[in-house]
Design a protein around this ligand. Structure first.
Ligand code: GLU
Length: 421
């Protein structure tokens, strides 16, 4: 349980709307378009009946929300989590819309979720859930309609089942239906590391703005999944002293700096931080309040709220997760002068390389890892500068600057397309 949750603050869709409203106002967005961009284009809820390994029949619930298709096919991951709600998927879909616009990839925003606990499912059960879920949302996905990807609780293996299920239905191969696939099935070099690499790039850029040398900085990373673990690794590679990392079992801290290769080797074997010999154990909540220069919440939503924002000591907050900070906490962090790199910019490296994967699949021609990383570097630096410029120009924090950049691009596309009647 998250001890910092505050009732009335933890609905991610409302949190998204609160920031969107501020950005829309600053942009002077007219009322009709304000309502269009506030409202998801399409939402689908499906029942997923599945035979479990013990012979019982269970019905899971799945969602796919397409928030906007104005700039291209919907794009966004699929989350498997026991606490997934429709409002959460709505928020995540809208964040994908703004995120794709911030990095300027030609996609709209979508997101999927299945209410299930992947930690309690066998591989065969996961496969059956995935295939039946995809069959249920089949009519609204496709390489030109809506392109799923991994998110919390899903990975390349799940993406392979998605691709296969889709191919079985359309009766032909279709690699561009999903991104985050294994390389052998048309995945892109560098996709697994892309979110962490993007986080590293924006952290480096922010430290330049703040005139700080990475080698004199310390960091704490919440989350040891694909995003947290790889970000911690890349930050350590930059010479930043990563003193803490966590997973759902809690955090480990070592003021001298964690031995990241050893932590990663332990995680690869044990799949949890539990049992890691070095360092001290603290809670996830304590990790967020450590006296570090850089804090990277890379686990889940609503971990920094009005309850603990004032206790954040870091001067640079880099959002690896989607929605880790509530709208009420924004104000507190702003007043403290924390330099925030908001989720829709910070973690956009993932969807950027997803875009490269989709492009490569459609060409049937694949790039080297160097080429992928070089293109990612260019796009992340450009997006970072665009956001910081926007924030300076409109005298607001980076979060609202990022929303303004994204919302403005989507509003322009929506207006140019006109209203079909
Ligand atoms: N789930 C990731 C995100 O939230 C990646 C989405 C994608 O690659 O489409 O950005």
């Amino acid at each position: 349980m998250n001890p910092n949750q505050v009732l009335g603050e933890n609905n991610p869709f409302e949190a998204m709307h609160a920031r969107f409203d501020l950005a829309a106002k600053k942009l002077g967005l007219d009322e009709g378009f304000y309502h269009i961009l506030r409202t998801p284009d399409r939402e689908l809820t499906v029942a997923i009946p599945v035979y479990m390994d013990d012979g019982s029949l269970q019905v899971f619930t799945g969602y796919r929300v397409q928030h906007s298709l104005a700039r291209g096919p919907a794009k966004g991951g699929i989350r498997y989590d026991p606490n997934v709600t429709l409002d959460e998927v709505r928020a995540l879909a809208a964040w994908m819309t703004w995120k794709c616009a911030v990095v300027n990839v030609p996609f709209g925003g979508g997101k999927g979720g299945v209410v299930c606990d992947p930690r309690k499912l066998s591989m065969a059960e996961m496969e059956r859930i995935t295939r039946r879920y995809i069959a249920g949302i089949m009519d609204i996905i496709g390489p030109d309609r809506d392109v799923p990807a991994p998110d919390m609780g899903t990975d390349g293996r799940v993406m392979a089942w998605i691709m296969d299920t889709y191919a079985m239905h359309v009766r032909h191969a279709s690699t561009a239906i999903v991104t985050g696939k294994p390389i052998e099935l048309g995945g892109s070099q560098g996709r697994i590391e892309a979110t962490g690499r993007g986080l590293q790039i924006v952290t480096r850029e922010a430290l330049q703005v703040l005139k700080r040398d990475p080698r004199t900085c310390s960091a704490a990373v919440q989350g040891a999944g694909n995003v947290g673990q790889i970000t911690a690794h890349f930050l350590a590679q930059m010479g930043i002293k990563v003193i803490a990392i966590s997973d759902i079992t809690g955090a480990i801290v070592d003021e001298k700096g964690l031995d990241m290769p050893a932590v990663r080797a332990h995680l690869a074997k044990a799949r949890t931080l539990e049992g890691y010999a070095a360092g001290e154990r603290i809670t996830n909540a304590q990790l967020l309040e450590l006296p570090v220069d850089i804090l990277v919440p890379a686990a889940t939503e609503n971990v920094i709220t009005s309850r603990n924002a004032a206790n954040v000591k870091a001067k640079l907050l880099v959002e690896g997760a989607n929605g880790p900070v509530t709208a009420a906490a924004d104000k507190i962090l702003d007043e403290k002068g924390v330099f925030v790199i908001p989720d829709i910019l910070a973690n956009a490296g993932g969807v950027t390389v997803s875009y490269f994967e989709w492009v490569q699949d459609r060409m049937g021609y694949f790039w080297s890892e160097e080429e992928v990383n070089q293109r990612l570097e260019t796009m992340m630096v450009k997006a970072f500068n665009d956001v910081v410029d926007m924030a300076r120009r409109f005298e607001c924090g980076n979060r609202i600057g990022a929303y303004m950049l994204g919302v403005d691009r989507v509003a322009k596309a929506t207006k140019m397309r006109g209203i079909y009647a």
